[in-house]
Design a protein around this ligand. Structure first.
Ligand SMILES: NC(=O)c1ccc[n+]([C@@H]2O[C@H](COP(=O)([O-])OP(=O)(O)OC[C@H]3O[C@@H](n4cnc5c(N)ncnc54)[C@H](O)[C@@H]3O)[C@@H](O)[C@H]2O)c1
Length: 326
């Protein structure tokens, strides 16, 4: 340890170098000392940066990626710089393989203290052009992958009785985004898993949080819209300190939270809640539901989606241009 991780070694690609801590950045040396962490999807992009930062902070890492060569590249890069890492080429979408990732961590490093559920897929499609098979594949990785690896890690952590920290990678898209319905739904599921697991696991000393990142990776290169929102200086290395903080003991008492970081901005995401007024009737028929919306809820409709679109019924009150002259 203690070497300059910003220096490329022969054979490093730009992508690999992008995962390294940036020059001058505090890397919290020793923060992860004695801890073993699984990072899924660690062959490139955000996962690679998370794995490198955990190792740089003294943690032992299982660098998992379905692309086994890339997983090995990340693990080798960490070892070359004096860190501890093994590679896993398992597929998180298969429960048995997810179990093997966790088993590998326990076998190599004597236990599992942290899990970063990062592996994911995305694609853009308008709903009427979407493809059921592509949707199924995405849900299998983004939702079942998190469930599979999460359950295996949780069992190992509960059995060991030493607590732990799980960081799920969700997305601001979970609030709803155009052309990203299936991806948004998968990240909404990750948010719900985060809240539910945080409730279930508090007594076992296992904290569960989610991070909504924005970083210049392959996922962003595929979309012109994302590229506009995410310039190249938003590197994965700028998100990694948030994940490192949530994995480390400094975030004790923080669980069930969704934290968004897009490079310069860091904030807590608001969570859905049961909104007042809550009207009561012994039975609701369609007529009284209509009355409830006409007389009460019309003023309580929510702006929707990440873009906070005003519901059509309210637009006449919010639009500055009169509809007649528009
Ligand atoms: N880049 C962003 O701005 C952004 C924004 C919000 C959320 N995210 C989320 O961050 C995570 C990482 O995204 P990224 O931008 O680094 O993407 P990426 O495509 O660069 O990396 C994802 C990695 O996951 C691996 N992977 C895919 N399926 C897998 C499987 N079944 N098992 C194991 N590994 C698998 C891929 O091989 C790839 O190396 C994803 O969950 C993504 O949804 C990214």
């Amino acid at each position: 340890m203690g070497q300059d991780w910003t220096q490329s070694r022969p054979g490093w690609t730009d992508r690999a170098a992008a995962g390294a801590p940036q020059s001058g950045e505090k890397t919290m040396d020793g923060l992860m000392q004695g801890k073993a962490v699984v990072v899924t999807g660690a062959g490139r992009g955000l996962g690679e940066a998370f794995a490198v930062h955990v190792a740089r902070a003294g943690g032992a890492v299982v660098a998992n990626d379905i692309d086994a060569e890339l997983a090995e590249r990340t693990a080798e890069n960490i070892r070359v710089h004096g860190g501890r890492a093994v590679a896993s080429g398992h597929n998180v979408a298969e429960a048995g393989e997810a179990q093997e990732i966790v088993d590998l961590c326990v076998k190599e490093f004597g236990g599992i203290d942290g899990l970063v559920n990062n592996a994911g897929l995305n694609y853009e499609a308008l709903p009427w052009e979407d493809d059921a098979e592509q949707a199924r594949e995405l849900i299998q990785v983004n939702v079942l992958g998190v469930v599979n690896t999460g359950l295996a890690a949780i069992k190992a952590m509960v059995d060991a009785g030493t607590g732990g920290s799980i960081v799920n990678i969700s997305s601001g898209a979970s609030l709803g985004q155009r052309k990203l319905g299936v991806y948004a739904a998968s990240k909404g599921a990750v948010a719900s898993l985060t809240y539910s697991w945080a409730l279930d696991l508090e007594e076992a000393g296992i904290r569960v949080n989610a991070v909504c990142p924005l970083a210049h990776t392959r996922m962003v290169w595929k979309s012109e819209r994302s590229l506009r929102a995410c310039p190249p200086d938003r590197t994965p290395a700028r998100i990694a300190p948030v994940v490192l903080f949530l994995l480390g003991d400094g975030s004790h008492g923080i669980t069930g939270q969704m934290i968004r970081c897009n490079g310069p901005q860091l904030h807590v995401m608001g969570q859905p809640f049961l909104k007042q007024p809550i009207l009561e009737r012994p039975v609701w028929d369609t007529e009284t539901v209509q009355k409830a919306f006409d007389e009460v809820f019309a003023a309580h409709l929510e702006n929707y989606g990440l873009e906070k679109r005003v519901p059509p019924r309210l637009r006449k009150w919010t639009e500055t241009t009169s509809p007649r002259t528009a």
